[in-house]
Design a protein. Structure first.
Length: 144
């Protein structure tokens, strides 16, 4: 069952961003928004308030850690899952200190990525955020 949530996927690599958007469609039943850098992510978050954000660490203009900090300033309860190809201990620690809900390496196998995202959302929103798979379209999901 998918979660009745909207998501924002942020990565500067078009192919990775597309992959992550497809991945999130397996997890959430709402809209999937996309951004190619941290500043776009901040702007979209401010206007759209998606319930979950997948945010790359290394990006141009505004990096993921700075975007995380600004998103959490906008909404201290924001659920942000950080993504990186470099799982350096200090970066992970910084992200968690800034309020990241979880951290995923980009080389994590797809089934495990889905599991980590689902567990994070379940821990945050609980079972009530799940939606039975009935073929309902994202347009039927209430927007926040």
């Amino acid at each position: 069952m998918a979660f009745k949530l909207n998501a924002l996927v942020v990565d500067d690599d078009t192919h990775v961003r597309s992959f992550l958007a497809v991945l999130m469609r397996k997890v959430v039943a709402g809209r999937i928004l996309e951004a190619s850098n941290g500043q776009e992510a901040i702007d979209i978050y401010r206007e759209q308030r998606p319930e979950v954000v997948l945010l790359d660490v290394n990006m141009p203009i505004t990096d993921g850690l700075e975007a995380l900090r600004k998103i959490r300033e906008i909404d201290p309860e924001a659920v942000v899952i950080m993504l990186t190809s470099l799982a350096m201990r200090r970066v992970v620690e910084d992200a968690l200190e800034l309020g990241a809900a979880n951290f995923i390496r980009k080389d994590t196998p797809r089934p495990q990525m889905i599991e980590i995202i689902e567990e994070t959302l379940l821990d945050t929103f609980g079972e009530t955020a799940r939606k039975p798979s009935t073929g309902t379209t994202p347009a039927d999901v209430p927007q926040s």
